[in-house]
Design a protein around this ligand. Structure first.
Ligand SMILES: N[C@@H](CCC(=O)N[C@@H](CS)C(=O)NCC(=O)O)C(=O)O
Length: 204
């Protein structure tokens, strides 16, 4: 399998899970220019990472890739503890992180995509950042008394949560008082797969 990624982007979640799987894999690092270049647009017409090639087949979309990777090791806890409810819980948090958090980050990272006037862009980014604080508070509540989002073991949703938390730190999203999230972040920073993926992406 080959993962197309940009350092520190959402593709880092799949990179972490590939490390957790412990099977051989390849990576292809993309620059911003290559992301929108003709070669990669054939792989993902959106010009976005992640993309995962498996033989002659390529998959895009974070959530689909993360779940596909988890299915490579059905005996693992990457999609929960094996029960339908636990799998559904992992999907719940994957959906929350992908559709609510990740999309809101787009407004913080690139408000100029949505508005042309500089003052309006600043207002949009500031309001989006406030919304992110509220969304992260829900994740903090979910982590109360738990090491990971669903159960005692890390799932693919935790890998994705770790990545959006690195963005929150980079963009100074207010996470004051979200102590469960802070402990989660520390735990993940110490995880072997997280460390290996970060090192491979040149983030250490
Ligand atoms: N819906 C897509 C979004 C992927 C996405 O937003 N990727 C970002 C990096 S985190 C990207 O490549 N952005 C480049 C761009 O949109 O120009 C998914 O979940 O895979």
């Amino acid at each position: 399998m080959k993962l197309y990624y940009m350092p520190g982007a959402c593709s880092l979640a799949s990179h972490i899970v590939l490390e957790w799987l412990g099977k051989p894999y390849e990576t292809h690092k993309l620059s911003r220019d290559e992301l929108k270049g003709p070669e990669f647009l054939k792989i993902n017409p959106l010009g976005a990472v992640p993309a995962l090639a498996d033989g002659d087949w390529t998959l895009t979309q974070n959530v689909a890739i993360l779940e596909y990777l988890a299915e490579q090791a059905p005996q693992s806890k990457l999609m929960g503890d094996g029960s339908a409810r636990s799998r559904a819980e992992v999907r719940r948090w994957l959906g929350f992180i992908n559709s609510d958090l990740h999309k809101t980050f787009s407004l913080v990272f690139a408000p100029m995509r949505f508005l042309s006037e500089e003052g309006a862009q600043k207002e949009l980014a500031a309001n989006a950042s406030k919304l992110l604080s509220k969304l992260f508070a829900q994740l903090d509540a979910q982590l109360a008394g738990k090491s990971y989002l669903v159960g005692a073991d890390p799932s693919v949703a935790d890998a994705y949560l770790y990545v959006v938390l690195t963005w929150a730190h980079g963009k100074q999203v207010d996470l004051t008082g979200l102590d469960n999230l802070a402990a989660f972040f520390k735990r993940m920073q110490e995880n072997g797969g997280v460390k290996a993926a970060r090192k491979a992406e040149g983030l250490e």
